[in-house]
Design a binder for this molecule. Structure first.
Ligand code: CO8
Length: 378
């Protein structure tokens, strides 16, 4: 008996929630430098005796040149620039209130649902996928499901920078397999609580945001800017060069659960050198799997960690510098938003493509992990 052809699966809507608060490089650098001055004054004797290292100064010029980041958004700005605190002040909410992450997830999700023309009744599953969830259980996805009035099921996924693309992969597979008619994927990237604002090498990297997407069968899609998913590709390779050791076992380890190694830390140079070739190979292989060559791709919605990384990858693929139109950059405004970067780029820059145009959504980063989708405008 011939097996039935799997249905065409579509991204029919996307959503983006942007926080109200902006932190510029100058603001961030001023707070860090003042903190470093105070630290150095406090430990002057030990530093002079060579027992402690002096904290070096940060600079806006370095940040923009090394990363392309000019500002970032913060869910809550209060506390981050307070030299006596150096972390956001996010008051704990009672168990019967919507959690912070569920709240921002719902905001992005409602937008994606409106764009896709979907009500709660049309959605079967919710995937919340991001770099961190603010608690282990009940899943944030189930809380979001409840808040949106969706019947069906939800679960959380953590794949650091590739969480958004890997969630779209799962959604694609569920819809293709017929286990769900329509899946909502959401990436509430609340990064600021895990940023070490006292670390010159990484204090500038991240911003908060939430993105969402609706994935459904082509035959139910009524959205004006749907994209057929032609295929997905994923690759992971273990590396500790981007790492956070925060976790539930710290209590039993008898260590400070908030020590600096429990926050985001990385060897940025190594990551740059090791991930770029992996991403270039991955993208080349993925499009060729679909009989496509680089000139056939109208738009590359790439991960947004570092502008030099994007320019390097775009340059190697195209043999010249990619234009903004070919590979849009959002990290100057949003900074690195963990997994959400490629989805922000997609959300802001996908409506102008013509039916039949091809594009690629791709993320790369911690894990290491790389995830991509080859898509075609309907
Ligand atoms: N101001 C002034 N100078 C600085 C600063 C600063 N803020 N920071 C570093 N420097 C100095 C360094 O100390 C160094 O000095 P020296 O030469 O004397 O040693 C010099 O500037 C050059 O430093 P680097 O070699 O580190 O500079 P790079 O050009 O490599 O730029 C970057 C640093 C921007 C970090 C760059 O390496 C980079 O972006 N690499 C890619 C990293 C990447 O993509 N990582 C993925 C991270 S995201 C991810 O995986 C998701 C994780 C989950 C989310 C986490 C949320 C919290």
């Amino acid at each position: 008996m011939a097996s039935a052809k799997p249905p065409t699966v579509v991204i029919s809507g996307s959503g983006l929630w942007t926080p109200d608060h902006i932190i510029t490089n100058d603001e961030l650098v001023a707070a860090y430098n003042e903190w470093a001055n105070r630290y150095n004054a406090r430990h002057a004797d030990a530093i002079a005796a060579g027992k402690m290292e002096e904290k070096p100064q940060s600079s806006s010029e370095f940040i923009e040149k090394a990363s392309g980041i000019k500002q970032r958004y913060a869910y809550i700005k209060e506390g981050i620039l307070d030299v006596d605190r150096m972390r956001p002040f996010i008051p704990e909410r009672p168990d019967d209130a919507l959690s912070d992450q569920a709240e921002i997830a719902v905001r992005a999700a409602r937008q994606a649902m409106a764009v896709a023309g979907k009500t709660a009744a049309g959605i079967d599953a919710v995937i919340v996928s991001c770099a961190y969830t603010q608690r282990s259980y009940p899943a944030i996805a189930i809380e979001v499901q409840e808040a949106l009035g969706i019947d069906g099921f939800g679960f959380d996924m953590l794949v650091a920078c590739s969480a958004a693309t890997f969630a779209l992969h799962r959604a694609y597979e569920m819809v293709a397999a017929g286990t769900a008619r329509c899946v909502l994927t959401i990436n509430p990237e609340l990064t600021s609580p895990q940023v070490n604002f006292c670390d010159r090498d990484s204090h500038f990297i991240f911003g908060d945001v939430a993105t969402a997407a609706v994935v459904e069968r082509a035959d139910t899609c009524t959205a004006p800017h749907g994209y057929d998913i032609l295929g997905t590709r994923a690759k992971t390779k273990f590396s500790s060069h981007v790492r956070s050791n925060f976790g539930y076992v710290s209590r039993a380890n008898d260590v400070d659960p908030f020590g600096t190694d429990k926050l985001f830390h990385q060897n940025g140079r190594r990551v740059f050198k090791e991930v770029c070739p992996m991403a270039i190979q991955h993208l080349t292989d993925h499009i060729s799997e679909h009989g496509l060559n680089v000139p056939d791709i109208k738009r590359w919605w790439l991960h947004q960690a570092n502008i030099n990384m994007n320019q390097h990858i775009g340059g190697k693929l195209l043999g010249r510098e990619a234009t903004f139109d070919e590979a849009p950059i959002v990290l100057d405004r949003y900074a690195n938003t963990a997994s959400a970067g490629s989805l922000i780029a997609f959300h802001l820059y996908h409506q102008d493509l013509k039916p039949g145009d091809h594009g690629v959504i791709c993320s790369f980063g911690a894990g290491y992990s790389i995830g991509s989708l080859v898509v075609r405008k309907r």
